[in-house]
Every structure is written in C-alpha cells, then in structure tokens.
Design a protein around this ligand. Structure first.
Ligand SMILES: NC(=O)c1ccc[n+]([C@@H]2O[C@H](COP(=O)([O-])OP(=O)(O)OC[C@H]3O[C@@H](n4cnc5c(N)ncnc54)[C@H](O)[C@@H]3O)[C@@H](O)[C@H]2O)c1
Length: 344
C-alpha cells in the first residue's frame, strides 16, 4: 500500500485527493497546506487523514512514500526537490517547474535517488488524445501539416502566472505528443489587461521541422469556454472538442496540390469533400487514469508518458515562449537539446 501525501488543497488538490482516495493500491495518509482553512475543510471530509502545515512537518513525521504537489507553479521546484531528497516519489502538477534548468535538476535528482518523477500533463492520459495519436501513427491522416489549439474561457484569472504558463502546458504537451517531436523555434505574443506583467491572452506559434507548425491561443478573458484542438493532415483532418459528447470528429477533407493547367500559370486545386465520422472512444476520467498510472509506475518501475523529461520538454517551450513574449514576439530558437529522446 503506497502512502500518499497531497500538498496544496486549493482549487485542484482536492480533485487529486478524490482520485487517489478511490484507488485500491494507495492510501492518502496526509495532506499539507499553508492555509489552515483548507486543512480544516479537508479534515471534515477525510477525518482519518493527518494534516501538516508545511512539507518539512510532513517529512519529519514519516507519513508518506510519495507526494502529489498541487501548489502554485513558483513553489513546484523547491517542494519537489525537497521531497526527492527525502527519497519520495513525486507527482507535480503542470508545469513541472518555471525553468528548464530547474526541470533538469529534478530529473537528475530523481534518477540519482531512483524515484519516480511524474508530471500532471493530464491530457496525455485521456482517451481522445490516445485515439488521436493512433489516427496519426496509423497513417490515416496522412502527413501532418499543422495543429491548432484554443483554450479560452472567462476566468479563472490567476495572479501567480500568466495565461501562457497556466493554460498552455496542456496544449503544448498534446502537440509535442501528437507530432512526436520538439519545435525548432517558438514565438509568442500576449496582452496584459487586468494586472501589469501578467498576460491574460497569449498566442503561441511553434515551428517544427519538415514544414510543420502549431498554434496555441489561450485566454481567461473570453466570453465563451472553448477547448478545441484541430489536427490537419494531407489525407484527413480531425477536430477534438473536449466539451462535446463526441469529442473527436474525423473529416475526409483536403486540398490536393495544384497542377498547372496551361502555359499561363493558371492552377487547378482539387478539393476533396468526403464523409466525416466520430470514432468510438471508451469513456474514462483522465485524472483518475493519470493517478492510477502514477501508482502503477511506482509499483512496476515503469517510465510514464508524463515523466520528468516530458515535463522538461514542455517547460522548455514555455520558457522560450516567455522570452519571446518579453521581446515583443521575436522567434526564439530551441537549440539546447538536453534530452535527445523525442517526446513520447
Ligand atoms: N491539471 C489540471 O487541469 C489543473 C487544473 C487546475 C490547476 N492545476 C495545477 O494545480 C496547481 C495548483 O493550482 P490551484 O488552482 O489549485 O491553485 P490554488 O491557488 O487554488 O491552490 C494552491 C494551494 O497551495 C497552497 N500552498 C501554496 N504554497 C504552499 C506551500 N509551500 N506548501 C503547502 N501549501 C502551499 C495554498 O495555500 C493553496 O491552498 C498548479 O500547478 C496548477 O497549474 C492543474
């Protein structure tokens, strides 16, 4: 039985707590939050759970084998480092850390201590994304051209990070996974309306090798909630709408390259309008699957899709995008390849 400690009981921590509490091979034995009110609330629902106000208190009392970190982004690195140094397995909510250098330090430390470092890129544990990946690898979509993603809503507004760091890790993790490679350059523009220096709206562009690109539009200042990712291949196209009952729709549509029809430079495009269909996808809650995968990987010593290296790849894009944002959107080349493996 793996003993779990949940650190951070704000908006997201209780969801992780619910999922881990429902798993058979682990038990949430302790929780920790700086805010006593949050601790009291959790105590009411889970009276058997030990409470601590800080990680040090939790570590001193030897209450857990693994921790789940659901605190603000700026605290992830220090909390994860401390937990790994105490030989605990660590699950960190997205993004793994603020900088790629911090991610490298955590990945190295986890390897030294032979402990699992796992990142909460929850969509990589979702059935629609697995199906999308299968449609791509089977060749059904043909050669990929671009992916675009929109993650919009009115709120929730954050003060600790901008909309890029808060929302885009989801889109970036999916895009790297679907392309199976890392971008060569990144550019990003954004707008701060509510608080100076904290962008509420961001537009991120990633250029990949082989003439492929991806665009991500994130905002917490939008009238409508949208969670839409479009994958365009040269044979078929897919729209993944996470708010729909039938989340994936495959379109047999496309435009074939123009052929000159005469000597005067006129071109004829051939448009294809075929059938569309919604593939059957087995429903499950991605967060539950993600938590179960963390436990399975601890038990079996397996490397998860969302390991520390995966966290590094996503944070590296965020970091470059932030540099671009601060320089008015100039493209930033991603030269340093600390981990050569392609994103899984
Ligand atoms: N996977 C998802 O879909 C998803 C959704 C929401 C949030 N998140 C992630 O979860 C994390 C937390 O987000 P949130 O919205 O719950 O934030 P939040 O601000 O609502 O809650 C954070 C909690 O952490 C506590 N805290 C802060 N520093 C602490 C420390 N050093 N030790 C102990 N407790 C501390 C705060 O008191 C607060 O209760 C973030 O990394 C965020 O990106 C993920």
């Amino acid at each position: 039985m793996i003993r779990i400690g949940v650190i951070g009981l704000g908006h997201w921590g209780p969801n992780l707590m619910r999922c881990f509490s429902a798993l058979p091979d682990c038990r949430v034995t302790a929780v920790c939050d700086r805010n006593c009110d949050q601790l009291l609330r959790i105590r009411e629902r889970y009276p058997q759970v030990q409470t601590a106000e800080g990680l040090d208190d939790l570590l001193d009392r030897d209450l857990v084998d693994a921790v789940v970190i659901a605190t603000p982004t700026a605290t992830h690195f220090e909390l994860a480092r401390k937990a790994l140094e105490h030989d605990l397995h660590v699950f960190v909510e997205k993004p793994l850390a603020t900088t790629s250098a911090e991610c490298v330090a955590l990945v190295d430390l986890a390897a030294q201590r032979n402990r699992l470092l796992f990142v909460g890129h929850v969509f990589l544990h979702s059935a629609p994304v697995a199906k999308l990946r299968q449609l791509i690898t089977s060749g059904e979509l043909g050669k990929l051209t671009y992916i675009s993603s929109r993650r919009l809503n009115l709120g929730p507004v954050r003060r600790d990070v901008n909309a890029l760091y808060d929302l885009a890790p989801h889109d970036i993790s999916m895009i790297l996974h679907l392309f199976g490679s890392q971008p060569e350059s990144v550019s990003c523009q954004g707008l701060s309306r509510l608080h100076p220096g904290i962008e509420d709206v961001c537009n991120l562009t990633m250029l990949f090798g082989d003439n492929r690109m991806a665009m991500v539009h994130v905002s917490w200042l939008d009238p409508r909630k949208e969670r839409v990712l479009t994958v365009v291949g040269d044979r078929k196209m897919v729209v993944y709408d996470d708010l729909e009952q039938e989340k994936l729709k495959v379109y047999d549509k496309g435009v074939d390259a123009p052929r000159p029809v005469d000597d005067f430079g006129e071109f004829q495009y051939s448009y294809r309008y075929g059938d569309s269909y919604c593939p059957w996808i087995e429903e499950h809650e991605p967060l539950k699957t993600e938590c179960a995968e963390f436990i399975r990987c601890i038990q079996e010593g397996d490397v998860p899709l969302t390991d520390g290296v995966n966290g590094f790849h996503v944070t590296r894009v965020l970091e470059a995008a932030q540099q671009s944002l601060m320089r008015g959107g100039v493209p930033i080349r991603l030269v340093e390849q600390r981990y050569e493996s392609a994103p899984k």
